[in-house]
Write a protein that binds this ligand. Structure first.
Ligand SMILES: NC(=O)C1=CN([C@@H]2O[C@H](COP(=O)(O)OP(=O)(O)OC[C@H]3O[C@@H](n4cnc5c(N)ncnc54)[C@H](OP(=O)(O)O)[C@@H]3O)[C@@H](O)[C@H]2O)C=CC1
Ligand SMILES: O=C1O[C@H](COP(=O)(O)O)[C@@H](O)[C@H](O)[C@H]1O
Length: 492
């Protein structure tokens, strides 16, 4: 069964970098799924644009291969593939010359100016400004045009500001969609539903009732052919500055008055600006950097980061753990333990809210300690939520208590395919809905918190600690939380 369909108006989606890795792995499959589910209007077109001299027919073949490689075989059918690829066109353009741009303009103008136009920058960030300038120079944009900007938005605060200013020369902020695909994940949106569509949790969603929060985004994969980019980024820039910080904001924000654009983004911004600074004075106690060594992943032997990179040494971290704190009334004294890494023991992303214990244990004599209730929001795999509660073991054996989860796994509760985050976000751009996209000031506020960490690591020469591939990271990450008398949540 398909997921719920909300129609969108006809559009032309131009994907700069339409023959790149992101387009092949994520964008074309996502658009294919929306088309297969009947959400893409018959007139809509998708136009790949980059330097390679493809014809539109060759681009359709590229797309067929991408779908074969990245869509589950059971979702591929000849008729839906053919319908989808017939929407595809290709223009051969260079961001740094005028070559190909008049042809792209002519193709777009076939539909007049009333149609929605979106330009997706699936290219290296150092080309974002060039593409924006060309779109403007050749008159491809009007006031309804939208532009999608991929991460990374900068590599520090100064470069992010420069990039944002460059884009702002050509587009208004309400035309700019800075994508963070974690915001399109189902469980992440469900976090908003859980908090604000139920009266149950919000009264206890604060320091009075919550002991601490954990956010883990663990990956089994290594560099996946992106060594060049990764070596200039590292886990803090690649995952924490955007995805993990965004998740932390959604856990922590105050209720917005509506679930819409600036109302939500204003509240996220307040959290970003309330983050307790981490700098040279506390970086060694509040952060852990790691780098994977050789080990095993999914039962296979895997190389170290340095071997993957082909270098003798590197200061780039492939793992980060951070103890973050939010300086406001709601969260005073509640640590947010964050961790992410590559080549870890499994692919598992979750947010764990650990509540305080009952103020008095009336079962102390018969059952000993009672556990903290935990709410586990599983982002991937097996998206869903589990609320762990203490219950009595059935039977006459006395008051033996244990934790049992109230389990809501989406796959079991809803018999629908779980859409990829890009499916939702790509069409939100067409709708002009910026709720799940990052505003300029948010991105810059996130860098404002991250920059001093990067500087402090450099100043202290805090080298990444080695960890064996296939484990949960360096032992120092375990010590980071155990020092506080807590432990990382063990995935089921
Ligand atoms: N791949 C991924 O999983 C992810 C990627 N991203 C981001 O997405 C963006 C694209 O990444 P990715 O797809 O991996 O990169 P690739 O290197 O695979 O693709 C880059 C694309 O840019 C095109 N290109 C390069 N130079 C020019 C130019 N001067 N004019 C026109 N087109 C040009 C290339 O095509 P051609 O050579 O034909 O011109 C190619 O299509 C990056 O910002 C990356 O950080 C973000 C998250 C995940
Ligand atoms: O943005 C990125 O995300 C992926 C992880 O995304 P997921 O949806 O598979 O969890 C990560 O591998 C990549 O390094 C990073 O750039």
């Amino acid at each position: 069964m398909s997921s719920q369909i909300i129609p969108v108006d006809p559009f032309d989606y131009v994907v700069f970098g339409g023959n790149g890795d992101l387009a092949a792995r994520k964008l074309l499959p996502a658009l294919y799924h929306r088309d297969r589910d009947g959400q893409i209007p018959i007139e809509a077109r998708i136009i790949g644009a980059s330097r390679t001299a493809f014809s539109s027919e060759e681009y359709r073949n590229f797309a067929r291969d991408a779908l074969t490689d990245h869509v589950k075989p059971e979702d591929l059918h000849d008729d839906t593939i053919t319908r989808f690829v017939n929407r595809l066109f290709y223009c051969h353009v260079d961001a740094r010359s005028d070559e190909g741009w008049p042809e792209l303009k002519a193709l777009l103008d076939e539909n007049g100016s009333s149609r929605i136009r979106a330009f997706y920058m699936a290219v290296s960030p150092n080309l974002f400004g060039d593409f924006a300038a060309k779109v403007s120079q050749f008159g491809l944009a009007d006031e309804h045009t939208r532009v999608v900007v991929e991460k990374p938005v900068g590599r520090d605060l100064d470069s992010a500001k420069a990039l944002n200013s460059e884009i702002a020369r050509y587009f208004r902020e309400d035309q700019v969609f800075r994508i963070d695909h974690y915001l399109g994940k189902e469980t992440v949106q469900n976090l908003m539903a859980l908090r604000f569509a139920n009266a149950l949790y919000e009264p206890i969603w604060n320091a009075g009732h919550i002991d601490h929060v954990q956010i883990t985004v663990a990956e089994e994969v290594g560099l996946e052919g992106r060594a060049g980019y990764y070596e200039t980024a590292g886990a803090l820039r690649d995952m924490v500055q955007n995805h993990i910080v965004q998740l932390m904001c959604l856990v922590a924000l105050e209720p917005p008055s509506v679930f819409k654009d600036d109302a939500l983004r204003d509240e996220k911004l307040k959290i970003l600006r309330s983050l307790h600074p981490i700098d040279a004075s506390n970086v060694e106690t509040l952060t852990v950097r790691g780098q994977y060594r050789a080990g095993a992943s999914g039962g296979n032997a895997v190389k170290s980061y340095l071997e993957d990179l082909g270098e003798a040494e590197s200061m780039t971290e492939t793992f980060v753990a951070i103890k973050a704190e939010i300086n406001n009334w709601r969260w005073a004294g509640v640590p947010f333990y964050l961790r992410t890494g590559k080549r870890l023991a499994g692919r598992m992303s979750e947010i764990v809210i650990t509540f305080r214990k009952p103020p008095h244990n009336i079962f102390a004599d018969v059952t000993g300690e009672v556990s903290h209730n935990q709410l586990v929001l599983r982002l991937q795999p097996d998206e869903g939520m589990k609320q762990y509660l203490m219950i009595k073991d059935p039977g006459p054996g006395g008051m033996r208590l244990r934790q049992i989860p109230l389990d809501m796994t989406f796959a079991q509760s809803f018999k629908v395919r779980n859409p990829d985050a890009y499916e939702r976000l790509l069409l939100d751009v067409v709708r002009g809905n910026q709720t799940l996209f990052m505003r300029r000031d948010e991105v810059e506020a996130a860098w404002d918190w991250i920059d001093p960490i990067l500087k402090a690591w450099e100043e202290k020469r805090q080298k990444p600690q080695g960890y064996t591939s296939g484990t949960w990271g360096p032992s120092a990450a375990i010590a980071l939380i155990e020092r506080d008398g807590r432990t990382w949540h063990e995935p089921d």
